[in-house]
Design a protein around this ligand. Structure first.
Ligand code: AHR
Length: 497
């Protein structure tokens, strides 16, 4: 089938905020314990962090990692995770019915983040706690010294403040499953008061207010407007969360789910701008899509996990090749909204619905979804251009009409590199893509990387970690058309010669 894409240097959508390639580590299952932290592992460093995992995380080039939850944060006492490890309390985690040993807390996590070349995006507990604890934790993390909590940090061995710039005001507070969930009005008021106080302690921070935990929540829309009417002036981002699955085993339908993300972002942006209008505000709010991924494979397995165990294998989705295509589609959609989506977190990073898997005491490997994220994060920095795409469409039962070609161009003006990320959603046919690059004189295609497999359900595993890996195709571009294989993720890299 044939498709066309036209782009021009002057039609810029936005500069990509690199934090759109963020991720997430929650105290959940084996994300922290036996994921990033396993002191007895052969590759453990002086702090007990797995070096094999750190290496994979660094490859992903993740600029920011949300921590410590997720649902976990709504019952968390941050003070449990600081100071002498021997005296830290062991507690029940009611979010996941597990035992939390507190051997890792913010003291350790900020150290891990340095080693992973990333920043921490910290969430405060607005489920069981509130203004007072939020004020204390930011004092502990960000003030120099000379106050109770900053001196406590120094006493714990950290002379320099952690300097955490981005903070989430709770997590999914609209969800009845959340410890201490709230009505929109209750949460909006609490978010407002907490935000004020946190910025009084450190005016340089940026704050994220909870939007809906899914577009399918009955309260979606009204939740956002009510919350923002309360806290608009004090926050910088609205969060969105979305997970997708393929329970009906309908691959073309599944591949169209990025339509849902697209509509969700548009609706949330419209709601932010509605509140901006009624407040006669000049301030622009941005979206932090701080949980997104495919999540459904582990649902049944998780029902069998015994309660009150330490680091059980929860939410361990084993990702297929088709999941990688969906992650590619979702990344393209996020980039297409880079004018308003300034942060996003692939949820999560290690073991828990993650691109990186580990065996306790054993190997670490990249799941299928690792690769589109790796490509987007490493080559998707620059300016997103507004392209015009002309592609045949198909109709999906759950997500409406979807174009076979889903694509976005990112231009790195400094490096003189143009990258086109493209998914061909057709199960049968290759797409002959006519690329109108008349504005990019002197640019030549120098790389065509493809992720493709003839089995949509192919997976990577400890025994077979390279079943689904990207390959370089021979350069076959006559300056006009290029073939994108059926059901494939493509990275086309053009460089000025
Ligand atoms: O990422 C897993 C869970 O999904 C998070 O804890 C929660 O915020 C969301 O519901």
């Amino acid at each position: 089938m044939k498709a066309k894409m036209a782009l021009a240097k002057d039609f810029k959508l936005a500069k990509v905020d690199e934090r759109i390639f963020g991720s997430f580590i929650e105290h959940l299952g084996r994300a922290v314990y036996n994921g990033i932290y396993e002191p007895t592992h052969p590759t453990a460093d002086d702090q007990g962090f797995r070096k094999d995992v750190l290496e994979l995380v660094r490859k992903l080039n993740v600029p920011i990692v949300r921590y410590p939850g997720g649902n976990f944060v709504s019952g968390y006492r941050w003070e449990d995770g600081i100071g002498d490890k021997a005296t830290r309390p062991v507690r029940t985690d009611l979010a996941w019915s597990t035992i939390e040993t507190n051997q890792v807390g913010i003291d350790e996590f900020q150290e891990w983040a340095k080693r992973a070349n990333t920043q921490v995006m910290m969430a405060v507990n607005l489920g069981t706690r509130g203004v007072e604890e939020a004020r204390n934790v930011i004092e502990y993390c960000n003030l120099q010294k000379g106050t109770y909590y900053s001196d406590l940090r120094v006493k714990n061995g950290f002379e320099q403040p952690f300097g955490i710039k981005t903070w989430c005001l709770g997590n999914e507070m609209d969800g009845p499953w959340q410890i201490g969930s709230k009505t929109a009005m209750e949460y909006g008021r609490l978010a407002c008061e907490t935000a004020k106080v946190m910025k009084w302690v450190d005016p340089t921070i940026e704050l994220v207010a909870c939007g809906s935990s899914s577009r399918y929540m009955d309260t979606f829309g009204r939740w956002e407007s009510t919350v923002l009417e309360q806290c608009y002036d004090h926050v910088d981002f609205l969060s969105l969360h979305a997970y997708y699955g393929n329970p009906k085993n309908d691959t073309p339908n599944f591949l169209a789910c990025s339509n849902n993300m697209d509509a969700y972002i548009r609706e949330a942006v419209a709601t932010c701008d509605y509140v901006k209008a009624i407040k006669r505000s000049n301030k622009q709010l941005y979206i932090s899509f701080d949980e997104w991924n495919v999540w459904f494979h582990s649902n049944e397995q998780d029902k069998k996990i015994e309660r009150w165990s330490i680091a059980p294998p929860l939410l361990e989705d084993i990702y297929t090749f088709e999941d990688a295509l969906v992650v590619g589609c979702l990344l393209i959609t996020l980039l297409q909204h880079s004018d308003r989506v300034k942060m996003a977190c692939l949820a999560q990073l290690v073991n828990v619905i993650a691109p990186i898997m580990t065996e306790n005491g054993g190997s670490a490997w990249a799941q299928t979804i690792f690769y589109p994220f790796f490509h987007a994060s490493n080559y998707g920095r620059g300016t997103v251009l507004q392209s015009v795409i002309d592609s045949p469409c198909y109709s999906s039962p759950d997500f409406g009409d979807a174009a076979y070609l889903h694509a976005v161009p990112v231009w790195d003006e400094q490096e003189q590199t143009l990258t086109v990320f493209a998914v061909n959603r057709s199960m049968e046919e290759s797409v002959q893509l006519a690329l109108d690059l008349r504005d990019f004189e002197g640019y030549r295609l120098c790389e065509h990387t493809v992720l493709n497999h003839n089995d949509m359900k192919a997976v990577n595993s400890a025994a077979c970690p390279n079943e689904v890996v990207p390959a370089s195709l021979p350069i076959d571009f006559d300056g006009n058309e290029i073939a994108l294989p059926a059901h494939s993720w493509n990275v086309l890299r053009f460089k000025k010669q």
